[in-house]
Design a protein around this ligand. Structure first.
Ligand SMILES: [Zn+2]
Length: 215
């Protein structure tokens, strides 16, 4: 289902929505993610009326800290690292298992028993296997991404979640551990019809209700 995701600022193909096409940014977050805050699963429509993102309101959240998620990416704060090797991405569509409704979003799960599929290189010390991907979107086109760039919100955001298969025996333990997860975030903009994305959209009517699932 997912063959060549878009990374960095290069254009490539993802799968999913017909309305979404162009990638703007790919972020890699691999270090010390707090598993309980892997990403926001608060319905996106609720966020619009909040001056501060709901994830920044909890007792463990301190706006301005160095490990915040979501984050507002600012070009002037970005530092180019010439020493970083290329990120290697290899996905296997045959490993796609099912899509389900988490109650907040829909998630596509992969068989992660296979060593080959996943990501490595870049800032990663180990190989990380693809576990699942999901999208964040909003009630209106203009507002859906979890993260922002220069305070700009994008219509949607794709998260590809990988776990450290070298350091941990399974995803569950990786979620709780240091350097356990690596997530690629892809901002999506409105665009022309996207056939590969449409195949994913087509299964959504089958998982309209919470915890419903389709294989
Ligand atoms: Zn997410």
């Amino acid at each position: 289902m997912l063959r060549t995701p878009m990374l960095g600022r290069n254009h490539a193909k993802t799968s999913g929505f017909s309305i979404l096409a162009k990638q703007v940014w790919g972020a890699l977050r691999s270090h010390r993610l707090r598993p309980e805050r892997l990403c926001s699963q608060v319905p996106c429509a609720q966020r619009r009326n909040n001056a501060l993102h709901p994830l920044w309101k909890g007792p463990a959240s301190k706006p301005g800290g160095s490990r915040q998620s979501p984050i507002n990416i600012r070009w002037r704060d970005s530092v180019y690292d010439p020493g970083l090797p290329p990120l290697r991405v290899s996905y296997d569509a045959a490993a796609c298992r099912y899509a389900w409704n988490t109650g907040y979003l829909f998630q596509v799960e992969f068989d992660d028993a296979i060593e080959g599929a996943g990501i490595s290189g870049g800032p990663l010390e180990n190989h990380y296997r693809l576990k699942q991907f999901h999208f964040h979107w909003g009630a209106v086109n203009e507002w859906g991404s979890e993260h922002t760039v220069e305070d700009r919100v994008y219509p949607a955001e794709l998260h590809l979640v990988h776990w450290n298969a070298v350091k941990y025996p399974n995803y569950k333990e990786a979620v709780m551990g240091e350097n356990g997860l690596a997530v690629i975030g892809v901002f999506l903009k409105l665009g022309s019809h996207h056939e590969a994305l449409q195949t994913l959209v087509d299964v959504l009517p089958e998982i309209k209700h919470k915890v419903s699932c389709t294989y």
